[in-house]
Design a protein around this ligand. Structure first.
Ligand code: CUA
Length: 414
């Protein structure tokens, strides 16, 4: 619906990313020597199209280039003939010359300018139709990844239970994305692969591709903008932080992919209990960070820190204002008219402990709404297990040990 404008927006953000890449690559040479060199994504491709990195891309590009060149030929050809004939048969002087024997009809010419364009558009139709059928028919042996779009993040879930925020796929193998939305219309677009598909609430949609060229490993810091990988966009305007749904696609060779998938499925279990909040917390917080700040700045959702504006201004961090019972409540499916969270937390009340309330708010965010905030948060039921919730609550309780971006900076005073 708003696809055109979002495509333009993506073009713009693409440029910004490219500029960022360019900016970091021209960083002072001294710094580059001192620090490990970050692998840069080469911006290849031509004026019209980005690099072609899937097996589907050549057919799409061929159709695009064929139509573009046909347009060049006919545009310049017709313009030339038009200008030339206008000049040649212009009226000279005031006498009108009329040749009674001049041709008024030419059958071969008329058949020619009807049949040739007809054949061309039929050829274009078949090019497009074949490409469309190829794009919409995933191979039977494809590797399946479940995709959940939500305002404003992607969640990719692999057959062995691993999950990730960036898309990671095996090279040289067809990959099928089974996509659904938690809330509104989104659209998944990977320009380098020439694939794009709407992600629709209440309906599954498919997308498939095969990328043969590995891009290399997934960077530890998932937010790194310089990380090599193909861009992945949400290309349907889906609200305030639509642009936060820009991620990366990493293509790994079979061996690396297996290893990554294994590690990714187990990582949370392998973090020692005492490091859960400091190691697992920041990784999990990345998905919260689009809406919830740590430094107290206002966002789509209440800050985890001591927010400086709005209904919760000056009430302390999320943990403080929740455990003190001061958070003002206004609305929600479980709201029964109470004005602060203290009326809902405690023995015999809706939630026994503040932890129960936070856990419930992650699984069913619309239950109780903080004053001034709407039911905007997607639910994370089935996406975060108890261990993940423990990690997040642990982080909220010891927020002073993290910087504004949610990175662990260690215990104060140690
Ligand atoms: Cu999701 Cu735009």
């Amino acid at each position: 619906m708003i696809d055109l404008s979002s495509t333009l927006a993506n073009l713009a953000s693409n440029t910004v990313l490219a500029l960022q890449d360019a900016a970091t690559s021209t960083a002072p040479a001294a710094a580059a020597l001192a620090e490990p060199v970050v692998e840069q994504r080469e911006l290849t491709g031509d004026f019209w199209l980005p690099q072609a990195s899937s097996t589907l891309a050549p057919a799409t590009d061929f159709a695009f280039n064929a139509i573009t060149w046909l347009s060049y030929v006919f545009f310049f050809g017709i313009t030339f003939v038009l200008v030339y004939l206008t000049w040649k048969y212009r009226q000279r002087g005031t006498t009108v010359r009329y040749d009674a024997d001049a041709p008024v009809h030419n059958t071969p010419l008329e058949v020619g300018w009807t049949v040739i364009p007809l054949l061309l558009v039929i050829a274009i139709f078949f090019m497009g139709f074949k490409g469309y059928l190829d794009l919409s028919t995933p191979p039977k042996n494809a590797y399946e990844i479940n995709v959940t779009a939500a305002q404003w993040s992607w969640n990719f879930k692999y057959p062995n239970g691993a999950t990730s925020n960036d898309l990671v796929v095996p090279a040289g193998q067809p990959v099928k994305l089974v996509m659904r939305s938690n809330d509104v219309l989104h659209s998944l677009f990977i320009p380098d692969f020439r694939v794009k598909q709407d992600v629709i609430p209440g309906r599954y949609s498919y997308l498939w591709f095969q990328a043969d060229e590995p891009t290399g490993i997934v960077p530890e810091d998932e937010m790194a903008t310089t990380a090599k990988g193909h861009y992945l966009f949400c290309t349907e305007y889906c609200g305030t932080d639509h642009s936060n749904m820009n991620r990366k696609v990493f293509v790994l060779n079979e061996e690396d992919f297996k290893e990554w998938e294994e590690t990714q499925a187990r990582w949370l279990d392998e973090v020692p209990d005492e490091e859960l909040y400091s190691v697992a917390g920041p990784k999990l917080y990345l998905r919260c960070s689009n809406c919830h700040s740590i430094d107290g700045s206002a966002g789509t959702g209440p800050s985890w820190g001591d927010q400086t504006s709005g209904s919760i201004a000056g009430l302390g961090s999320l943990w403080t204002r929740t455990s003190d019972g001061k958070t003002p409540i206004d609305g929600g499916t479980r709201d029964d008219g109470g004005s602060t969270i203290s009326e809902y937390i405690g023995p015999g009340k809706l939630y026994e402990t503040p932890e129960d309330y936070i856990r419930a708010s992650i699984y069913n965010p619309g239950g109780l709404l903080v004053s001034g905030y709407g039911p905007n948060m997607p639910h994370f039921k089935g996406q975060l297990n108890d261990r993940a919730i423990d990690a997040l609550i642990g982080m909220m309780k010891q927020l002073d040990q993290f910087d504004a971006k949610g990175r662990f900076i260690g215990k104060a005073g140690n």
